[in-house]
Design a protein around this ligand. Structure first.
Ligand SMILES: Cc1cc2nc3c(=O)[nH]c(=O)nc-3n(C[C@H](O)[C@H](O)[C@H](O)COP(=O)(O)OP(=O)(O)OC[C@H]3O[C@@H](n4cnc5c(N)ncnc54)[C@H](O)[C@@H]3O)c2cc1C
Length: 404
């Protein structure tokens, strides 16, 4: 049994600094512009690709870091720079997470690199679960995948919505119902390779925050993919469906497996926003004077900052714990993955609001980044499972009761 330690390794510290430098010198100076433009920040993704930050190698290094902390560390630093641009860079990792969670090692080696491409030929990936009538309730997906045995092809039909990189991605990982009667246990994930006929982009959404990250609809109209594009393979799917039909428990639910792995990283993005806002507000409070003294000399302001710092550190501890548990195969018995994302997400909304309050009128105008950080933070109580859904998961896990 190793001694308990929260010290990061030399490697982790080095990578943390490398990502932070990129966030500080490339991302943050560009954040306002891309928020206003509401477009995918291609030049920034290109820069990230050039230094190897936007790459399959780096993402797999993060995913397979032995203690699991590299993924949240990198996410925290990127989002500290800017969550929208951070998501434009890490969005493809959602597709990769879908492959890591449900694919075979061969599928990961073949398709993983295609989620990112090369610095000269950048590719994007997307992970598409949500539908107009199935957001929180992922068991009721209407997108279907039907096996055409004669051609060894899957035929996918449906509409996905609010998909990060949806429609502009080269590679889409799509979750579809193979046997709708079985709910989430009758679902599987499919790779839809670049330029597959029948897949098209629907509308692009205009958003409150994270506006440098593309969010759009994906329309799947008789999309045919080869049999080997079923993640995990047919044998595994058939066995899973057979178990579900017999009413036996199964621990492999396509969408859920991906979310479990990605929640601490999403929490880490929220944490990055919180930290940015806290640091900014702290500096401001130590410079701004009112009534002849610095505003931080008032307990009303200083105590806010104390609470902000405490909640940020608590978020990081929950995120690191969940990431470590997920990576080292510890069983989540109390919804620890959900706790990390729920707490860090709600903390980001709260901390950024406090930061605006500390800055008064200056906090509310676009000259300063805190109003943007507040807008950006709100998505963290919504995507990858809303706060209510995270509470459901925790409540069910701790009680054993199917709380509704
Ligand atoms: C910017 C953005 C990016 C996104 N990216 C992706 C992506 O890349 N891939 C993807 O698949 N999806 C993505 N999503 C979709 C996102 O995951 C869903 O929006 C989210 O899961 C909520 O689903 P919904 O919007 O249908 O809300 P609903 O499920 O309709 O929920 C509405 C409200 O009801 C509450 N609620 C629902 N059920 C319960 C219950 N049982 N108990 C208590 N409260 C409940 C919810 O918490 C929420 O407050 C993205 C969304 C956004 C906005």
């Amino acid at each position: 049994m190793s001694e308990f330690s929260l010290d990061l390794s030399e490697d982790q510290l080095q990578i943390q600094k490398w990502v932070h430098d990129f966030a500080e010198h490339v991302i943050r100076p560009a954040a306002h512009e891309w928020d206003e433009r509401e477009e995918t920040p291609w030049p920034i993704i290109e820069e990230a690709a050039k230094i190897g930050l936007y790459s399959f190698d780096f993402m797999t290094q993060c995913f397979f870091d032995p203690g699991g902390l590299l993924l949240p560390i990198a996410n925290e630093e990127l989002a500290w720079g800017d969550a929208g641009i951070g998501l434009a860079i890490f969005g493809s990792a959602l597709g990769l997470a879908g492959i890591v969670a449900n694919g075979t090692p061969e599928q990961l080696m073949e398709w993983g690199p295609q989620c990112f491409g090369t610095p000269d030929d950048i590719q994007l990936a997307a992970f598409a679960v949500s539908e107009p009538d199935a957001g929180s309730d992922v068991s009721s997906l209407r997108t279907t995948a039907v096996y055409d045995e004669a051609k060894d092809e899957w035929v996918i039909n449906g509409t996905k919505t609010w998909i990060t990189n949806g429609g502009i991605a080269d590679l889409h990982v799509v979750v579809a119902a193979v046997d709708p009667a079985l709910g989430s246990r009758g679902q599987a994930s499919f790779l839809v390779p670049p330029k597959t006929p029948g897949l098209s982009a629907g509308q692009k959404f205009k958003k409150m925050g994270i506006r440098a990250s593309h969010t759009g609809e994906v329309i799947l109209d008789d999309v045919r993919v080869p049999g080997h594009c079923l993640l995990g393979g047919k044998e595994k799917l058939d066995a899973k469906l057979a178990r579900a039909r017999e009413g036996k428990r199964s621990n492999s639910q396509a969408a859920m497996a991906t979310f479990e792995a990605s929640r601490p990283s999403v929490g880490a993005q929220a944490l990055g926003i919180s930290r940015a806002a806290y640091e900014y507000a702290l500096d401001y409070a130590k410079e701004r004077k009112a009534f002849g003294r610095l505003i931080i000399e008032n307990q009303g302001i200083a105590f806010k900052l104390a609470d902000m710092k405490m909640r940020i550190d608590a978020s990081r501890l929950l995120v690191w714990r969940a990431a470590w548990m997920g990576r080292t195969g510890k069983e989540f018995t109390a919804g620890e993955g959900s706790m990390s994302k729920l707490y860090a997400g709600e903390t980001a909304v709260w901390v950024t609001e406090q930061a605006i309050q500390i800055m008064g009128g200056y906090g509310y105008i676009r000259e300063h980044p805190v109003e943007r950080w507040h807008r950006d933070s709100k998505i963290y109580t919504i995507f990858e499972g809303t706060s209510e859904i995270q509470r459901l998961i925790i409540a069910r896990a701790i009680s054993g009761v199917h709380v509704n």
